[in-house]
Design a protein around this ligand. Sequence first.
Ligand code: ATP
Ligand code: MG
Length: 229
Amino acid sequence: MSDAKNANGAQAIRAAGLVKRYQNGQITALDGLDLEVRAGEFVAVCGPSGCGKSTLLNLIAGIDRPDAGELAVFGKRAATLTEVETDALRSGVIGLVFQLHNLLPQLTAAENVQVAMMPGERTAAQRAARAEELLTRVGLAHRMNALPPTLSGGERQRVAVARALANSPKLLLADEPTGALDSKTGGQLFELLGEIQRELGMTLLVVTHDEHIAARAGRVVRILDGKVC
Ligand SMILES: Nc1ncnc2c1ncn2[C@@H]1O[C@H](COP(=O)(O)OP(=O)(O)OP(=O)(O)O)[C@@H](O)[C@H]1O
Ligand SMILES: [Mg+2]
């Protein structure tokens, strides 16, 4: 990594022998997965449907717990975190973008970004200013007061990116953020994520099944049958 902010080489994610099973152990979603991601890396996670990509992201995000193996996010071990710490990790350290943006349809783009900062230490005016700054960064200064149903798919995903960045996460996790977009719009969103990642020096992990899009990341990790291959 040439970026000076990332030169310390600290570890953002370390997974060792990670196992996750569903349905009383009948389904093995992750089967001893090993993965190391350094702080400041831009990693694309690729692999066929059902290979365990979303499961991995959910574990890293603290949405779900591993059944076996070790997982540390910025040195904090998932198995030892209490619920409160996991929430703190999720809201302060990790930003999330999903395939379907999950924006609140009755709130404007700006309000959707502001909501992500609540509760928090910022005043309403500070939240509004931060939302404006972020929406401007993702190219939506002119659509800040638009309701999500009136935005295009790509615009909605850009609002979702702005929302995920609201609390200045050290790690941004995105699960198929381009999945609902055509390849051109998807490519543009991926470029934007990469630019922001470089500017902010954050760690970015993006799941995509699109190999062409994945090739734009700093590194591609391929998963097959719950393992890195
Ligand atoms: N809540 C659940 N209950 C039962 N099985 C599940 C659950 N979530 C995932 N699985 C199973 O675990 C495996 C991995 O699923 P996962 O969602 O991680 O795949 P994926 O790589 O994200 O696939 P896709 O590219 O289709 O999103 C699949 O066999 C899936 O059916
Ligand atoms: Mg998935």
